[in-house]
Design a protein around this ligand. Sequence first.
Ligand code: G3P
Ligand code: CA
Length: 384
Amino acid sequence: MNSLGNLRAGAAVVAATALTSAAFVVPASAADQAAAGQRADAHRAAPLVIGHRGAPGYRPEHTLASYRLAIEKGADYIEPDLVSTKDHVLVARHENEISGTTDVADHPEFADRKTTKTIDGKQVTGWFTEDFTLAELKTLRAKERLPQVRPDNTKYDGKFQVPTFEQVLDLAAKESRRRGRPIGVYPETKHPSYFDSIGLSLEEPLVAALRRHHLDRPHAPVFIQSFETRNLQELNREVSVPLVQLIDSSGAPYDLASAGDKRTYADLTTPAGLRYVASYADAVGPSKDLVLPRDDQGRTGKPSDLVHDAHAEGLDVHIWTLRAENQFMATNFRIGDDPNAHGDMAAETKAFLDAGVDGMFSDFPDLAVQARDEWLRDRAERAS
Ligand code: G3P
Ligand code: CA
């Protein structure tokens, strides 16, 4: 068993304990707390804009073209979701099933790879990255996930490859040098328990890639995120970069549910839950509806206590996902009735900044950066 495997076994014991148990709470080290404090101060001065899957409002998601455009449009970080190939190379895809975002179904040579698997307890039919070598995957081309919503992007279908994590890190390094500003990378481990179960663990190649790029250090422009808990606990023992516990608006982390642990995402948002998260992570990444809940008319109003309670535990808060189209917004930010028309994303962004968030994932990083910068200017004027 490798070092991360050993850590995984230990973390499983911790995760099996009840959330409310005192034994469950592992205090963060003083160094961790100091680093988290410095990061929080910096981010609260200028909340981050994270190019969610690059800039998929304008280009097919998780392509180098999408990441490059996110950087051009001012994103502070670019976000690759990570899955593994058959030969254990990390590539940027939101799911390991790739028929929704590549042309794999149009490749007769891969027709017999179509299959049905159980991923995180759900049956999924299609083509899976773990059944393709990197060389095979590189023969595919990306396509727009939401052609009905973002028809303009379909003109890029067939143009771009599936990038490796290594290529994303290279792009960020090159663009950082060229632009004289750090371009951060915000990788997410997708289905980490599943990939462990098939012998293609995500954490080892992730850590190795960060180290190759000299990015495994406390103030490197990197956050690692996961919807599961145990792999973050392992990574907390292995790397120096900040970790982000993603929190969905319903359900439970798959690693907990599959181990018979009854804790849900909602449990992680209580003060006790956040204290637990702070024992291994540096930030939470909640669905935006957990920060500005919608009423029965679909309107946002008063913020929940989540930002306040997370900050009280030293955790930053990075919400997802700001998208310009009406259908993805609360009703009070929509303009007109067309679900695919753009609403007032500037107003939405500023509402989340007023609620105190420290970072925002956006499919339209240009709009988020513009709104964030206006909000900062207004705040500075009010303070002077
Ligand atoms: O990682 C933040 C956000 O991206 C989580 O949702 O499903 O888009 O990866 P998802
Ligand atoms: Ca993600």
